[in-house]
Design a protein around this ligand. Structure first.
Ligand SMILES: Cc1cc2nc3c(=O)[nH]c(=O)nc-3n(C[C@H](O)[C@H](O)[C@H](O)COP(=O)(O)OP(=O)(O)OC[C@H]3O[C@@H](n4cnc5c(N)ncnc54)[C@H](O)[C@@H]3O)c2cc1C
Length: 473
């Protein structure tokens, strides 16, 4: 460890950090602030030592957003207190390290649910704001940032700012989704969503190809509160883009005869065993052997056949939203090289043609995605927004020593297809995006505004991450 950093009053380690998919690694000085008051001191020290600083929540971004090779990583997980909670209004004030798990477990027994959640409950509220996450209800309620009433943040100058849609609104709309590059959130006030049951009504339908899949998402979104699709991205030919759509709606007051029961935490918990037999923690070992092209094709075909039966059922909020948490450490099933998730957002008019080209190309090059997930979106007002009036598809790719270069090239070829179709990208996912791609979809006006705000908030350029240097520096 660097001698100067060794004298730091905060707990400090120099260690290797990874992204969620374990496909990237960086050696960083990790500092754990015990309170927001420690943060200005970190900036002073970073400036003296010529080091950059990146905040890290749970480190669950799929890419390099929370990595800072050779620099300081501020581990925000320790700032995890609920500062205020009012069950009569559903307004909660939290420190940034509070996880979505802490949040839903606090509010649900009192008849509320976080307005937007990620596919895992282990993300932090600070990280959800940094990336401005979207849920399966993006087309109805927008991203997480639209439900933030106010936040406090510390700028690298040491100044504290309070931002809301009315107060310092330029900072509100740029720090949310600004990947921690303008300041560090220290307290966040969020409006929760009223619910009348711990259950959702979910209906599933199979879709035989990409066209019907997107049409289903489009037509059923207006009468659903949530909608999400699964794609069998290993299938080509007439079955290209086949999959299944899950649409869900909240139960209205009176529909659940026992809401107090269904909202209890013990009735929300994900089962600890699969099929009542295998401990969930073992499952990723069993999945490993199927994570090859042939294995994934067989598993996906089986899953598609099983999805042909259309059905409607009631499911707990936690089970519906956090499906990926059913399989702890599922990312390890991808093996030593890890995985890359490639998510693109396309206007509804061009989505089918562009994704048909992308899926065909991946199959042709022998680099198919093993898992595809689709969602319906609408645009929002945030400066570095990824949203469009259309759809997103998130595709998971296995990385190996042998395929890394070809995969990287293929994802950049996808970028061109997406850009030509008027699409956008999400900065918490793709890891291969080039600076010119980011500039192209964000537009020169948005990039110039971001740079202006960066100079204003961070005149000495102290906030930096691997992602920032890759895309903007
Ligand atoms: C299984 C899985 C499912 C997912 N599903 C979804 C999904 O459905 N929708 C979606 O939108 N995303 C999804 N994601 C991505 C994830 O929600 C985002 O990457 C989120 O930002 C991760 O939160 P985190 O706490 O781990 O943040 P990190 O990954 O640690 O950080 C994310 C960004 O926020 C910044 N940041 C963190 N804390 C602060 C702070 N206090 N102040 C300022 N900046 C800060 C970081 O610098 C970084 O740029 C998923 C990820 C996983 C692993």
């Amino acid at each position: 460890m660097d001698v100067a950093l060794d004298t730091f009053t905060l707990e400090t380690t120099f260690r290797s950090l990874e992204n969620f998919g374990h496909s990237l690694r960086a050696r960083c000085y990790v500092l754990r602030p015990a309170s927001p008051e420690d943060i200005p001191e970190v900036f002073r020290k970073a400036q003296q030592l010529g080091l950059s600083v990146t905040a890290r929540g749970a480190g669950l971004s799929y890419n390099d957003a929370a990595l800072n090779g050779g620099g300081i990583v501020l581990d925000m997980a320790g700032l995890n207190r609920i500062l205020a909670w009012d069950p009569s209004t559903g307004v909660v004030l939290v420190e940034p390290g509070v996880t979505l798990q802490q949040l839903w477990q606090l509010v649900e027994p009192e008849g509320w649910w976080p307005p937007v959640v990620s596919g895992t409950m282990f993300t932090t509220v600070g990280g959800c704001l940094g990336a401005n996450i979207h849920g399966k209800n993006n087309f109805q309620v927008g991203p997480f940032g639209e439900h933030v009433i106010e936040f406090r943040a510390i700028l690298p100058t040491g100044v504290e700012v309070v931002c809301s849609p009315k107060k310092n609104s330029d900072l509100f709309y740029s720090m949310i989704g600004g990947l921690g590059m303008l300041g560090i959130f220290t307290a966040i006030k969020v409006q929760m969503k009223r619910i009348y049951s711990g259950l959702l009504e979910v209906s599933t339908r199979a879709s035989p190809n990409l066209g019907t899949h997107l049409a289903d998402l489009f037509e059923n979104a207006p009468r659903s509160d949530y909608i999400v699709g699964w794609l069998d991205v290993t299938a080509g030919g007439r079955g290209l883009g086949r999959g299944q759509v899950h649409a869900a709606r909240y139960l209205q007051a009176g529909e659940d005869p026992h809401p107090q029961f269904s909202m209890q935490l013990k009735n929300q918990d994900l089962p600890s065993r699969i099929l009542g037999v295998f401990p969930k923690s073992m499952l990723h070992h069993l999945m490993g052997p199927f994570m090859i092209n042939f294995g994934a094709t067989v598993v996906n075909a089986g899953k598609y056949m099983a999805s042909l039966r259309r059905h409607t059922f009631r499911q707990s909020h936690a089970a519906f939203h956090f499906l990926l948490d059913y399989v702890p450490n599922f990312e390890f099933a991808y093996g030593r090289g890890g995985l890359i998730q490639y998510q693109s957002f396309l206007p509804k008019e061009h989505a089918e043609a562009a994704w048909a080209e992308i899926i065909s190309l991946s199959i042709k090059r022998g680099l198919p995605s093993y898992l595809g997930v689709t969602k319906r979106h609408r645009p929002d007002k945030f400066l570095l927004s990824h949203a469009v009036d259309g759809f997103s598809a998130a595709l998971d790719f296995k990385v190996t020593d042998g395929n890394r270069a070809a995969l990287s090239q293929m994802l950049q070829d996808f970028d061109r297809i997406v850009l030509d179709a008027g699409g956008r990208f999400y900065f918490a996912k793709n890891s291969e995006t080039l600076p010119e791609t980011a500039a192209s979809f964000l537009g020169t006006k948005a990039v110039a505004q971001f740079r202006r705000l960066k100079r204003r908030c961070d005149p000495y350029g102290l906030l930096g991450s691997n992602l920032y240097r890759r895309l903007f520096a």
